[in-house]
Design a protein around this ligand. Structure first.
Ligand SMILES: [Zn+2]
Ligand SMILES: [Zn+2]
Length: 350
């Protein structure tokens, strides 16, 4: 009994002096989830969250904690996007609109983690909220007219995302002001998923206006308070990038090479999800006349397959053996490619 109790301490503890017994610094904060999502066409898949708040707007968390949370949960990059116009703690938490990024940036550099500078332009509907990413000075976005703020963001080279189109009124209406912004190239991406909700209409907007599919936490509290600590519980924007860098992410976003992973489902343009599925799932026909085909999922993604009259769950790192129906038709029920469309293909793949 004595041995059992003290064995781990003997192995990993460190006697600092006769008054203090210091446990080693190998706690949870130094443990990171490895997320396995393959890339394709020479691009690697980066796991990102482009919508995050801190105490410098209406969040409840100090900026560098956001970097820790993301690193621990296996992300490759985040953007800190505090509200420009809504800062309820500004009398208590001093600093300008760049302060939250500056604090987090020191820590991100220490960890070798990619931190993108952003801000949320925050107005009532119809225009609503818009995130400007890859900016260099958030203070210059504090302008009376939100259109002026967007032009200033663009002058700084920003990628602009239309945030949570279905919030707060449960209507994802694309208003004339958005049509004008789209015409003027002032919107590049759209949040199809935000916090705990997704907006089916935005899948069609993304397809029709060639916007990047984005899915983010918009987290205000600790990430585990909202999503728990389970692997892949928080929503992610998957970015298919030629390199692991801010530059690579920016290029990929402007090229619309993204998909969204939320609650075990994916959303994205048809060609992107098709390539992602092909990279994740290997299909093999068994060459012994048994009529079996094997689908091997080599990723941490989950796929729900509708084949004939049956629904199969192809879980992460599992192989499914089945007899294909005549048609070979497979619908991937949890891969949204539009408001009313799912990823679909015929097996065996040509
Ligand atoms: Zn917002
Ligand atoms: Zn927000």
């Amino acid at each position: 009994m004595t041995l059992l109790l003290f064995f781990p301490v003997l192995l990993f503890g460190q006697l600092r002096n006769s008054d203090v017994y210091k446990l080693p610094e190998m706690g949870k904060e130094n443990i990171r989830e490895n997320i396995n999502i393959p890339g394709f066409d020479g691009y690697e898949t980066l796991k990102c969250d482009f919508h995050i708040h801190t105490v410098f707007s209406d969040g409840k968390v100090w900026p560098d904690i956001r970097v820790n949370e993301a690193w621990q949960q296996g992300l490759d990059a985040i953007a800190i996007t505090d509200h420009i116009e809504y800062r309820p703690f500004k009398d208590k938490v001093l600093g300008d609109l760049n302060e939250s990024y500056n604090i987090a940036k020191g820590h991100a550099d220490h960890l070798g983690f990619i931190l993108i500078k952003g801000a949320e332009i925050t107005r009532n509907k119809p225009i609503g909220h818009l995130n400007a990413l890859f900016i260099n000075d958030a203070n210059k976005l504090a302008l009376e007219d939100p259109i002026d703020a967007l032009h200033e963001a663009k002058r700084q080279g920003a990628f602009v995302m239309w945030n949570h189109p279905g919030w707060p009124d449960d209507k994802s209406t694309l208003y004339p002001v958005h049509e004008q912004l789209l015409k003027d190239n002032l919107i590049d991406g759209i949040e199809t998923f935000n916090f705990l909700e997704y907006y089916p209409l935005t899948f069609d907007y993304a397809n029709e206006y060639n916007l990047a599919y984005m899915g983010n936490s918009d987290i205000h509290h600790l990430i585990t308070e909202t999503y728990g600590g389970e692997k892949l519980a928080r929503p992610l924007t998957l970015v298919f990038s030629s390199e692991r860098s801010e530059k690579g992410i920016k290029e990929a976003l402007f090229a619309r090479r993204t998909a969204v992973l939320f609650n075990g489902s994916l959303a994205g343009k048809d060609d992107i999800l098709r390539k992602l599925f092909n990279a994740a799932v290997h299909v093999k026909k068994i060459e012994n006349n048994s009529g079996y085909t094997e689908l091997s999922n080599t990723s941490d993604l989950n796929f729900i397959l509708l084949i004939g009259n049956y629904r199969y769950c192809l879980s992460p790192n599992k192989t499914l053996r089945l007899k294909l129906p005549e048609t070979g038709r497979v619908i991937v029920e949890n891969c949204h490619t539009g408001k009313d469309s799912k990823l679909e293909f015929i097996l065996p793949l040509q």
